[in-house]
Design a protein around this ligand. Structure first.
Ligand SMILES: *Cc1c(COP(=O)(O)O)cnc(C)c1O
Length: 374
């Protein structure tokens, strides 16, 4: 059988497995010491004060929208090229996502488009650090300050990336990570909100646990039996089992990022002067390479040929404003975000994950070059 090279996959070692087994032998399967340790570990890595671990990146986005107090009548500007969860989180709160176009070179939310979409109802901007490259946060911050808006980073692709020397996680008012198996840290399902703002931390923390203000271990430690439900929240908790897996993987994050960057260098060198055009990487940042996205002529044919050759290429993403649900609910459609729509016809995500071998890279490169030959 032909070897299948997926577009992304987790990296699990014996230490990760041992960490999970330890938790299974312990007193806490959920909301024990490992959750707090994982939160501290990620917040510290990002250089921020607080982390709130939750059950998915989507839950983290929902917590962030709740913490901002987004509700009916509020508009939140989001990019059109992203995973649907980014804008869905605005809808969960009854708010209205407004799609901004992307920069055609990077596919990051375009500050000019954002500025053009601000209305008196706008409350926040969500930037997506697409593929692992940080947004133009300084420009977004200028727009946010001018109109008194909050900014949220959907950094699900970008833990470990830096922008002007600062780590992702510390660049927006709140930043959101996903720990889905294709992302840098894999806890099965999982996510986190990180922030320097104690109010956002408190609100997100209550929201993940039914809107109740303190967790079980806190109550036991202080000897109190009473608790108060102050808001309507959800059960968005991450377990200790998952947190132990996350903590164990955090130790390898920088090594894995280095490998991803080395793979990107190899791809870029191989595609130089060919019809395969990698997205532009700005020199004010260090990319985290969750994805390696190229623009290719005749993308659909290229996609089919590569899939046929056992290479699990993918397309990230169908512009969100194209989805039937959005068309129906918000009346979105073709023509709203021309750069995103144009890019969508050409983009292809090549495999990118730390355990790829150099032989895998050679196979992918030669097959991709073959696929664009006429
Ligand atoms: C993965 C991802 C999410 C959602 O994360 P889940 O953990 O799968 O819920 C949200 N936004 C972006 C950009 C993502 O890539």
């Amino acid at each position: 059988m032909k070897k299948w090279i997926p577009y992304g996959r987790q990296t699990i070692n014996d230490a990760d497995i041992a960490a999970v087994i330890d938790v299974l032998h312990s007193n806490f399967l959920t909301t024990g010491p490992k959750v707090a340790e994982f939160e501290e570990r990620v917040a510290e890595y990002c250089g921020v004060a607080h982390g709130v671990a939750v059950s998915s990146g989507t839950a983290a986005l929902h917590c962030a929208m709740h913490a901002l107090g987004i509700g009916p009548g509020d508009e939140v500007i989001v990019p059109s090229i992203t995973f649907a969860a980014t804008s869905n989180s605005v809808l969960y709160q009854g708010g209205t996502p407004v799609f901004a176009d992307v920069d055609p070179e990077t596919l990051l939310i375009s500050p000019d488009s954002v500025a053009a979409k601000v209305t008196p109802a706008t409350r926040a901007i969500v930037g997506v650090d697409y593929a692992g490259q940080p947004c133009e946060w300084a420009e977004l911050r200028t727009i946010a300050n001018k109109h008194k808006l909050s900014i949220v980073a959907d950094a699900c692709h970008a833990i470990g990336a830096t922008y002007m020397g600062q780590r992702v996680g510390a660049l927006a008012d709140m930043s959101v990570f996903s720990f889905h198996p294709v992302k840098h840290i894999a806890t099965g399902e999982g996510g986190m909100v990180v922030t320097d703002n104690p109010t956002f931390d408190e609100k997100a923390r209550a929201f993940r646990g039914h809107g109740i203000t303190s967790d079980f271990s806190g109550r036991e430690a202080s000897g109190e039996w009473s608790y108060e439900m102050v808001e309507l929240g959800f059960n968005y908790r991450l377990t200790d089992i998952q947190s132990a897996l996350g903590i164990s993987q955090m130790a390898r994050l920088d090594n894995n990022l280095a490998r991803r960057r080395a793979i990107a260098v190899a791809y870029a060198a191989a595609f130089e002067g060919t019809p395969i055009h990698p997205l532009t990487v700005r020199d004010d940042c260090e990319h985290a390479y969750h994805l390696y996205v190229v623009r290719v002529p005749d993308r659909d044919r290229c996609f089919a040929m590569l899939r046929d050759a056992g290479i699990g290429v993918n397309v990230h993403y169908i512009p969100v404003h194209y989805h039937p649900y959005y068309r129906k609910r918000l009346g979105t459609g073709k023509g709203m975000c021309p750069a995103a729509e144009d890019a969508y016809t050409e983009i292809l995500s090549l495999p990118m994950y730390p355990d790829m071998t150099d032989t895998d890279i050679e196979t992918i490169v030669s097959r991709t070059l073959q696929a664009v030959e006429r």
